[in-house]
Design a protein around this ligand. Sequence first.
Ligand code: PMP
Length: 444
Amino acid sequence: MAAATARAAFGVQHIAKGIGRLSNIVLKRGAGSFVWTDEGRKLLDFTAGIGVTNLGHCHPKVTAAAQSQIATLVHGQVNIAMHEPMLSLIEKLKPVMPDPSLDTFFFWNSGAEAVEAAIKLARMATKKQNVIVMQGSYHGRTFGTMGLTKSKTVYSSGFAPFMPGVLTSPFPYCTQCAVASGSDTLGFENCCNNPLHELKVLLKQQSAASDTAAILIEPVLGEGGYVVPPPGFLPAVRKLCDEHGILLILDEVQSGFGRTGKYFAAEHWGVRPDILVMAKGIANGMPLSGIAAAKELMDKQNPGSMGGTYGGNAVACAAGVACAEVMQEEKVLDNVAARSKQLFDTLNALKTSPKTGHLIKDVRGLGLMVGLEFNSPTFPTLTPKDVPAGISSKVQAKCLQNDMLTLTTSIYETIRFIPPLTISEEEMRQGCEIFTKAVEDVAN
Ligand code: PMP
């Protein structure tokens, strides 16, 4: 057995099966839009570690900031003292918040922990218990967030009971809605189960506003299928929250830090969250997450009720500061706009091509948070007979054979495209070529 294969076998033997993996590749290093395996194989990374290494693997400026901080102060525990990198990070984050009222911060390690922190804040501040989440949502796999995650049963099956007081309302997934009703173009306003109406019904039938602390939403549904809500939806939810004294929590763990072409996705609709949840791209791979809220709201918590040994780690915060600087210095949002167009042009061409068009149901997304949904025999309405079962995994496997990492998403047959936001025109061209070939191969 080759040494590299033996290494993979060692991992398979000793790493928990419950994790589940796309591949048994062993990664050794990364730079920019590429990773290298222990066998020296070079892979184009269109996953960015699930939307984390937004500035590319091992961005030199971020690496240097982390290296310098690790030699200065690694750990400054937040219940003991403040530390300098966290203060600098707050200075960087304040001006890019989707609303200037979001001026007070709490930092954690992971996205799920930050979501839990948001729920704790909402409950304590409102003295109410219930939380409404969206069908298809993903908020994490901890005990608190398992009950909030509604994208796939694998995340919760076998682990009940969960946090009580969680109710689910439909997200405007117009493609599926139109498919179910046999129409191509239903859209939000005429949607057969108009999600805003459902939300209002829920507040009348299942959870009175006086019992509802918060509505928790990903502005672009991530794990649920990379679904962009129609323009009126989030502003309407904001209005509903205001009318009923319910807090709006936006989970921007995946959509934040430039992923959708704006610093935060909320900006696309001018929606102010009461609590903003951040992680992933905040520190380009160093474990860091956080929530932001207005001081008046955040300070409703009792001192000592929040915190943890590692939250807001000094090295991770220093990396976060460097990330914010790179975002400005390298005009990363401009690159997102250009590369997004390049990607959409390719995917839309596949959708209209006589060779592959019959396979593709929908191309959608914002910035470099892009999904392509195949027609799916699993959900057969409007599905042509000549679509292979499990098509997204087949296309994904072909991409991998051709040295490109991609991710699927949702219970429907969807591939998501989350390359680094710094991806070059040539790297995007390469990725588009590999993907096009993979779809064409599967079509034949
Ligand atoms: N919220 C969203 C929207 C996410 O995409 C994720 C992770 N995919 C999480 C929360 C959980 O983050 P973590 O895996 O860091 O706990």
